[in-house]
Design a protein around this ligand. Sequence first.
Ligand SMILES: Nc1c(NC[C@H](O)[C@H](O)[C@H](O)CO)[nH]c(=O)[nH]c1=O
Ligand SMILES: CC(=O)[C@@H](O)COP(=O)(O)O
Length: 191
Amino acid sequence: MATINKNLSEYDKNALPNAKEFRFGIVVSEWNETITEGLYSGAEAALLDNEVPAENIIRWNVPGSFELIYGSKKMLQTQKVDAVIAIGCVIQGETKHFDFVCEGVTQGIKDLNVQTDIPVIFCVLTDNTMQQSIERSGGIHGNKGTEAAIAAIKMAYIRQQATLAHDFSNQNLLTSGAAQLGEGSPLELKE
Ligand SMILES: Nc1c(NC[C@H](O)[C@H](O)[C@H](O)CO)[nH]c(=O)[nH]c1=O
Ligand SMILES: CC(=O)[C@@H](O)COP(=O)(O)O
């Protein structure tokens, strides 16, 4: 289903889990700032609408969408968050740079979801024109930031339930949500 057939801002509040205890990191790219600020506003409003305390929302800015990867990694490693939302807007220019930035940030955020214990939500617009970005950051197609916040709530809940369901009887409970990435090595959970 294309965005054109779905409003990105629509959600059923009654169908969402309780998010009051969750902490959310939001990493925001400064490229196409008018768009990314609109996406951030949508995400923040949706979290507050679901009774996430303002103090449970931690925002960091990074220069561009490619830096969302490193920013999100350091956010989840240091801020004890239950989910991270990576916000960016990549718009096609004259060269192939668009393709490499989009592929790089997509693969990098995917890798964080594979290698760490914290869900990282992909809130990166990859549009042909500024108009398409306007329409998806609070315009006629709604706000992808809102969609990302709802996804973050759902994924934080899934992580919480999965952690509770896992039998930790024979090992120390994880003391923090962010499993540390070993330097250059696969994930090593600290006891
Ligand atoms: N052209 C866009 C960029 N380019 C910058 C890169 O994201 C990156 O910051 C740079 O290559 C230095 O590493 N970034 C966007 O977010 N959106 C664009 O349209
Ligand atoms: C996605 C980009 O990096 C792109 O907007 C930069 O523009 P150009 O390809 O014209 O250099």
